[in-house]
Design a protein around this ligand. Sequence first.
Ligand code: ADE
Length: 232
Amino acid sequence: MQDHFCAGHFMRIDVATLFPDAFQGPFDQSMIGRARRGGVVEINLIDLRDFAVDRRGTVDDSPFGGGAGMLLKADVLCRAVESRLQPETQVLLLTPQGERFSQPMAEELSGSSHLFMVCGHYEGVDERFRQTMVDREISIGDYVLTNGGLAAMVVCDAVVRLLPGVLGSDQSAGADSFGRNNLLEYPQFTRPASFRGMKVPQVLLSGDHQKIEQWRCRQARIRTVGRRPDML
Ligand code: ADE
């Protein structure tokens, strides 16, 4: 089947990582794969090792002052960013020390025309890279991953699905949990109407769209109060 998207906003995302191969599954398949093939987004994987200067491809070194672990070198990271830098580029560093990623942040980022994501690795990155090159540091949650690659995949996925034409219908993004009304999604059901003795709420079979809408609003509020009172 031919992938087809409406013309409009175009986004480029460059992802700099030590493990470009790890992105192949998530970025070639499903929604992101389709968006790439459809020309809505161009995603380039950049191997940080290509920006090492020595023969051994050194990208990291031990911290001054001692301590465990290795840091990604400032010169390698700066060269990688500079190889793609445009006036409109937003440079993002994925790190557990960053601002917490959220749906409003995904929406903001989806308005950008060029994102450059740097996947931190090992114990972190040289502070001078952070200070001079990075526009925004992003954490996907309060836990520590072994590198920023998985975090970059999460951010890419949440951003790309918001680009015009990526989802099947224009409404699909708005009705999600954390969508327009800032509530969790209401419960949903599909055929059969009775499954192992559990019946679909009668109102959903009624065909009365106003009643259905009221029921859904109420259920969304009940669900949000019960699970995520912090969101209200
Ligand atoms: N790298 C390691 N842990 C991370 C996290 N929670 N968010 C973003 N990048 C990370």
